[in-house]
Design a protein around this ligand. Sequence first.
Ligand SMILES: [Zn+2]
Length: 280
Amino acid sequence: MVIDFHTHTFPDAMAPRAVEGMASGADMMAYSDGTVSGLLSGMARAGIRYAVLAPVATKPHQTEGINRAAAEINARTGQTGLISLGGIHPDNGDYRQILEGLRAGGFRGIKLHPLFQGVPADDSRVLRLVECAAELGLIVLIHAGDDPNYPGLDYASPRRLLALLRQVPYQRIILAHMGGFNVWDQAQALCGAPCFLDTAVALGPWRRKNGELSGEKPLDSARFVRAVRAHGVDRVLFGSDSPWSDQAEALAAVRDSGLTPAELEAVLGGNGAKLLGIRA
Ligand SMILES: [Zn+2]
């Protein structure tokens, strides 16, 4: 069973504008239209059973609407295989109430994006939020590394993420993009840290908006396999970052990377099923 632990969708009415805006801002090609139905057809093509949606509240006032839409998605997980995390912004002053509400509503966790949210990963507002999520047992998926929308901004650098992990050691934190999108060397410092890593767009290739291959090189297969083993194969989760990569291509890249069948089983779904409490 394959679980894609890192995907994005937008409400139908805003998907075209949201995807176009980010594709232009980051000069990245979108492989789906960013709607729920676009994601479902990608999953069907790739043979993916479950996908975890990671919505980001870029402003504190968006939290409520995002979580209402996410709850609707979670009400249909049995039919669709879609599991949405909740959104929350580090500036939500009533964060404890929001997190308790998410937990009571059956949410598995939350997504944070230091660059889109404008708050560094080791800021006290993030620390208090992660501490509270830890008390409640919620998964915390955090963007890691650069983001092509914010060139040069280090808010999710491996150094800051390590500072966060040191201050809030919590085993259910997931650092996206193998710990550091586009800063693969720095991300090595996170190998073996007490957290999960996801594989989203770490194996590439990703494409410019016009369809050309990006010149920036993600991890090659040998380096990816070394990183997975050095970190711990039981704490790595397959993710595609759909719509920013093709789910089938992302899956093939991990399958062809050189991991053993047992390692693949863990990374592609076994670890995720345990973390989500799903029977494989
Ligand atoms: Zn993402």
